[in-house]
Design a binder for this molecule. Structure first.
Ligand code: ATP
Ligand code: MG
Length: 445
C-alpha cells in the first residue's frame, strides 16, 4: 500500500515516460481540491503531460497496491486502443502505463488518460458530482442524447466482448464536443473483464481490492447471489458483474429523469425498495411519468434472471431516440450503435488555433471529425469555407479562401510553414496547415 508520504514526495516532480511513449514526460503538480479522488484501488489526480514540446492535461491513476495481474490486464487494455479508436465516449480510457521510482525507492504504478473537461468550468465532472452540485440542468433532449451516447458505448464494448464492470454515476463523465453538444464519457475502465484477460483477484494481502459494481447499478439477480455468498466457500467468480446492461438501465433512467432533489428526497433511483420489489412502482408517478418507456424497460431489467434477459443497449438506444425525435432536428441525432462486426471509422482530431501575426497560436477549439466529409463551420463561423474529406487516416482539406495557404508536413515538425500552390492539401497526423488567422493541426488523439 503506498503511503501518503510516498505519494506526496512525487508532487512537483517530473517523470520521464519516454520508455513507454517516446517524447512523453509528465509533471505532477500538488493536487488542489477537489483532487485527488480516492477509490478502493487507486488514487486519481490531474497531471501535466509534455509530449514533444506540447502540453496536455492528463489524469494519473495511481494504484494503491501493485498486483501483478494488473500489469498484464493493463497491457491488454492499452492494446484495445480505446482512447484513440473507439469514439468520444472512450476518451478517458488509459492510453499509457505509468511506472516511476519514488524517492524512497518504491516503485509506483498506474496509468494515464486524457483529462476530460466538464462543460462549465473546465473541471472534470462526473454524474455524481453533476447531480450533487446541481449542475445537471440539461434539457430533456440533451439528457436523452447523453443516455443514447452511453447506449452506443455499451454496445461497442459488447461487440469487443468487454464488460466495464463498474458502470455508475461516478464513472460517467459529463463533457462536451467541439460543437458544445453534451458528450458522455466513460472512465474507470481498468476493472474491465474480457475473455482471455486475467481477472483481478478480489483480495490481495487480505484486503479487498476489487469491487463488485456499485450500489444502485448492480442487477438484483447478482445482488441476491452476493448476499447469499458464503465467504468461506472460496470461489467468488459467480459474483462478478457479468453484464453492463443493468447499470446501463439505471444510468439511462437517471440521465433522462433524475435530479439532485430526488436524490435528497428519495435516495438513489435503484433504492433498496426498488431492488427488493424488483420494480420501480415504489417511485412516485411524477418521476415515472417523465419517461414511461424508460421505466418499463427498467422494470424488465429489474426482473431479469441473468445477463441474457436484460434489455439490450440497442433497445435503450431506441427508447432514447424516441425522446429525441419529436423535438430535435438532424443535429441532435445520437450515433447509432454500430452493427455487430462493423467497426466505426475512428474520429480524426484537428486542433484549431488562432494566429496573431507570426506569433504563437492560441487554441480555439478541437474539432472531432467523424463524418466522411463536411465543413468546419461548426467550429467557427469563419471556417465554413474549409471543406474536408476523410481519406482513410488522412484528411483532405480544401480552403475556399483568398489568403495563401501554408503547410508543414508531419515529417518536418520543426520546419517552417511553406506556401503551397492551390488551395488543397492532404493532412497526415502531425501535419499543420495555416491560412489567414487560422492554423489547423492534425493531432493524433
Ligand atoms: N480522464 C479523466 N478525466 C476527468 N476526470 C476523471 C478522469 N478519470 C477519472 N476522473 C475523475 O476521477 C474520479 C476517480 O477516477 P476513477 O473512477 O477512475 O477511479 P476510482 O473510482 O477512484 O477507482 P477505483 O474504484 O478503481 O479505485 C472519477 O469519478 C472522475 O471524477
Ligand atoms: Mg470510479
Amino acid at each position: 500500500m503506498i503511503s501518503k508520504k510516498t505519494r506526496e514526495s512525487m508532487h512537483e516532480q517530473d517523470f520521464d515516460l519516454s520508455s513507454e511513449v517516446p517524447g512523453l514526460s509528465i509533471h505532477i503538480p500538488t493536487p488542489q481540491r477537489p483532487w485527488p479522488r480516492s477509490g478502493l484501488e487507486a488514487i486519481t489526480y490531474p497531471v501535466v503531460g509534455n509530449f514533444k514540446g506540447r502540453q496536455r492535461d492528463l489524469v494519473l491513476k495511481l494504484y494503491k497496491v501493485d498486483v501483478p495481474a494488473r500489469r498484464t490486464r493493463l497491457s491488454h487494455l492499452l492494446a484495445l486502443r480505446l482512447a484513440t479508436q473507439h469514439g468520444p465516449a472512450f476518451r478517458a480510457a488509459p492510453f499509457v502505463s505509468f511506472r516511476a521510482k519514488a524517492s524512497n525507492g518504491e516503485t509506483l504504478r498506474g496509468h494515464l488518460s486524457r483529462l476530460v473537461e466538464g462543460p462549465f468550468d473546465g473541471q472534470s465532472l462526473d454524474l455524481t458530482r453533476a447531480l450533487q452540485s446541481n449542475k445537471f440542468r440539461y434539457s430533456k433532449t440533451n439528457r436523452a442524447l447523453l443516455a443514447a451516447q452511453l447506449c452506443s458505448a455499451v454496445a461497442s464494448m459488447e461487440q469487443m466482448g468487454m464488460i466495464h464492470g463498474d458502470l455508475s454515476r461516478g464513472n460517467v463523465l459529463i463533457s462536451q464536443d467541439a460543437d458544445r453538444r453534451p458528450q458522455a464519457v466513460l472512465c474507470d475502465l481498468d476493472g474491465f473483464r474480457m475473455k482471455g484477460v486475467p481477472e483481478l483477484p478480489r483480495r490481495h494481502d487480505g484486503q479487498f481490492i476489487r469491487g463488485m459494481g456499485s450500489i444502485g447499478y448492480q442487477a438484483p439477480y447478482l445482488v441476491k447471489r452476493q448476499e447469499s455468498f458464503d465467504e468461506q466457500s472460496g470461489d467468488d467468480s459467480g459474483l462478478l458483474v457479468d453484464s453492463d446492461r443493468f447499470a446501463l438501465a439505471a444510468l439511462c433512467c437517471e440521465l433522462v429523469t433524475w435530479t439532485a432533489k430526488y436524490d435528497t428526497e428519495l435516495g438513489p433511483l435503484v433504492s433498496d425498495e426498488v431492488l427488493a420489489t424488483r420494480s420501480t412502482k415504489s417511485l412516485p408517478g411524477r418521476v415515472r411519468n417523465k419517461w414511461k418507456e424508460g421505466f418499463q424497460l427498467l422494470d424488465r431489467a429489474l426482473a431479469a434472471t441473468g445477463p441474457d434477459t436484460l434489455p439490450s443497449p440497442e433497445e435503450w438506444w431506441g427508447a432514447c431516440r424516441n425522446l429525441l425525435a419529436p423535438a430535435a432536428g438532424q443535429s441532435a441525432q445520437p450515433a447509432q450503435p454500430a452493427e455487430p462486426g462493423q467497426s466505426a471509422e475512428p474520429p480524426i482530431m484537428l486542433s484549431i488555433c488562432r494566429r496573431r501575426g507570426n506569433q504563437a497560436c492560441n487554441e480555439l477549439a478541437r474539432a472531432r471529425i467523424s463524418r466522411p466529409s463536411g465543413t468546419l463551420e461548426r467550429v467557427h463561423a469563419a471556417l465554413g469555407d474549409v471543406h474536408y474529406r476523410r481519406e482513410g487516416a488522412a484528411l483532405r482539406l480544401e480552403f475556399r479562401w483568398k489568403p495563401p495557404v501554408f503547410f508543414r508536413p508531419a515529417s518536418d515538425p520543426k520546419g517552417r510553414l511553406k506556401r503551397i500552390e492551390g488551395n488543397t492539401v492532404t493532412l497526415e497526423p502531425g501535419a499543420t496547415v495555416a491560412s489567414g488567422e487560422f492554423q489547423l493541426e492534425f493531432i493524433l488523439d
